[in-house]
Design a protein around this ligand. Structure first.
Ligand SMILES: [Zn+2]
Length: 218
């Protein structure tokens, strides 16, 4: 009787202990699974491609920073005229300092080329509404953040004749050049800076502010 009792008593205790360790093991496994999922998610997130609004130069990015070019008042409210190597260019008011900087780069690093542009054919374009080129055409020209320089000698799909010293510095300073695109467009220059970055870096006439100049020369 005693034995049976003890037996009865000890058996469940053994079962409980066994069950306890199984439960504990399951919890540990579940915990490890959660850790694995979290680590995996973090790793995936790191390699995740950027959102369209985070890709500089994409239409989604431009829309966030420069507004909606399909709005009826976009041109009237956002587009201004600047003088660029003796030409009138239509650009977004918030990007003008960046293109004035590009003009300075032409003047400083390729003065002969700059003079040719000014004296040459009227083949330099800037802002145009998408409707001008049809609905399917979407480019940064419709936001006023792209200009075309010397189009006749820098035709789509060719290498063109843009001075390398200008292009290199433009790309260092957050500009994009069509000659580096998959389908080359060497006449094409566009800004990949936000309005805030442009204001922070450049004076109204397009010269870099002192801190930025220091950063560029270091
Ligand atoms: Zn263009």
């Amino acid at each position: 009787m005693r034995r049976r009792l003890r037996g009865l008593h000890t058996i469940p205790r053994g079962k409980d202990a066994k069950r306890g360790s199984v439960v504990r093991r399951r919890w540990i496994a579940a915990g490890l699974a959660v850790v694995a999922v979290v680590v995996g998610a973090l790793a995936l997130r790191k390699s995740d491609p950027l959102l369209p609004t985070e890709i500089r130069g994409s239409p989604a990015w431009a829309r966030v920073h420069y507004g909606d070019p399909d709005r009826a008042d976009f041109r009237a409210r956002k587009i201004v005229e600047i003088d660029f190597l003796g030409r009138t260019m239509l650009v977004h008011e918030k990007v003008q300092r960046h293109f004035l900087r590009l003009e300075r780069l032409f003047d400083a690093r390729a003065p002969e080329y700059a003079a040719e542009v000014a004296a040459g054919e009227l083949d330099d374009w800037s802002y145009f509404n998408r409707s001008v080129r049809g609905e399917a055409y979407e480019s940064n020209h419709s936001f006023g953040i792209a200009i075309d320089v010397n189009a006749l000698t820098n035709v789509l799909g060719t290498v063109g004749d843009m001075p390398e010293a200008v292009v290199t510095q433009w790309e260092i300073e957050g500009g994009a050049w069509g000659g580096s695109f998959g389908r080359t467009d060497p006449m094409h220059f566009e800004s990949h800076l936000t309005p805030e970055e442009i204001r922070e870096r450049y004076k109204p006439d397009g010269t870099p502010k002192d801190w930025y100049l220091e950063e560029l020369s270091s």
